[in-house]
Design a protein around this ligand. Sequence first.
Ligand code: FAD
Length: 557
Amino acid sequence: MNHDPSRTIVIVGGVAGGASAAARARRCNETARIIIFEKDAHVSFANCGLPYYIGGEIEQRQELLVASPELFRDRFNVEVHTHHEVTTIDRAAQTLEVRNGETGASFTQSYDRLILAVGASPIVPPIAGADAPNVFTLRNLEDTDKIKACIDKDKPRRAVVVGAGFIGLEMVEQLHRRGIETALVELADQVLAPLDPEMAHLIQEALEQHSVELHLGDGLKALSVTKGLARRVELSSGAVLDADVVILGIGVRPNTKLANDAGLALGPMGGVTVDEYMRTSDPAIYAVGDVVEVQHGVVGGPVRVPLAGPANRAGRIAGQHAASDTSPVMAPVLGTAVVRVFDRTAATTGLSVKHARKLGRPARAAIILAKHHAGYYPGGQVMTLKLIYDPTSGKVLGAQAVGGEGVDKRIDVIATAIHFGATVRDLAGLDLAYAPPFGSAKDPVHVAAFVACNDLDGLSPLCQVDEELAERQVVDVRSEQEVSRMHLRGAHHIPVDQLRNRLGELDPALPTVTVCHSGQRAHVAARILRQHGFGNVTDLTGGMFMRQRAKPDDVVR
Ligand code: FAD
């Protein structure tokens, strides 16, 4: 094959971002020489599938190997060198030092365009015992093989997973599937940091229902090793957990050494700085994936989003630009993500209320409960959907959903809306597909948007789920039976259907909050009160269902 002598594209790292870059580069330039150096044994494997292979849901290891070096050679004319680590970049000479991990020999490779797709490495805390052979991190197939071999061979009874992020939770689910008693340790006082605490609580409940021992707000302090194996996990609180296997899922650090040593600019979040074409501070060098900082679509600033979607999209852009000097630009990211934890799914996009508060940015939220398809059609699964918006412009800032089927679809719809700068009014007007097995004529996305519009229009302003209720006249409009199970301290109880006849029991001059199970009846009640001269009425968004999770101390059982 003749190569374009003027262009050698070298890609460092051959998995999510690197493999995408290579394939796109070839499709855009048939004559360039394209080389991938990958320090490990495999390219283009499915990182995201690794937990499911360990758990046995994916049965064949082969399924994880998305594209082989042979396929890259035959279909894309890309030279793949596994077990080859790039150790240095000489930017002035446009060359790399490459070490062959099998022979130990090093050689120099020149490049015209270089794409760094070197990913990130799992964080391992600097504590004794972290290097014991039954303590694992999960990043690649080698890690996977070790964890699976340990489970298959040693048949551990007790596992401790440290870190309740996406990978930690997936591992908890899959260890449970393998019949291993599992404890989950998390330093924050909630699982799934990107979610607001009351939404994350719904996932914590799923974990508890599956007998996962939760240790929230507690840190890993020490691992005590007996006969070479970590057998006890000591936590900052003093708790000690027995373990046959320990999985560390406490986050990743971008692999910036190569870039940093070469003098490429790093950003405030510790990742490589890139422009909209994924070019670093050296225009001949691109970087993509977990190693870079990208623009956030809501917050605006540079963020690190170590997820497969942005890595693949950025790889495609960098590959095209490196091959042809032109490409579309990288769109800002929203951190859209989804995870299954047993029978529950949690998904998120954009900004959380928690994060907005940290930034000092005004944000309001509407929380609704709705079935994923028409209630009268069998099998509807309830989801909790939280829609976050700007109180002035109505711009959608974020959303979170926890439930069963259909959670991913709603979050993807809202992520699309945020991408295009939509407001809650735009969401309320979306023309979405509907037939009873699939959705509702008023989809959960619409319902959340209607509630948000009512809030912004002053038609039915919302009381936020964790707002202080002291000093307010709280009117619980649920049935006797519901109230007998659980109620808010100090609330008046008037069922919604009796409200018009019992208005005299309430003081219209007081700021009033209406409450029901999930918010629907409270909205009806708020409208009745307002139209009967109550000047300051709000309804509690998410109702008792979410209040008990956001402010458990306010609830009497
Ligand atoms: P990687 O895909 O990690 O590839 C980097 C490669 O570079 C590695 O193979 C590494 O060996 C190689 N390399 C590093 N340095 C050198 C060097 N000097 N020379 C040569 N080669 C080098 N994301 C989601 O969006 N959804 C999910 O469900 C999801 N699940 C995940 C589950 C697991 C277990 C893991 C580990 C990750 C998951 N992710 C998920 C994250 C996603 O896989 C990453 O964001 C994505 O792979 C990042 O792509 P990348 O190209 O930057 O890095």
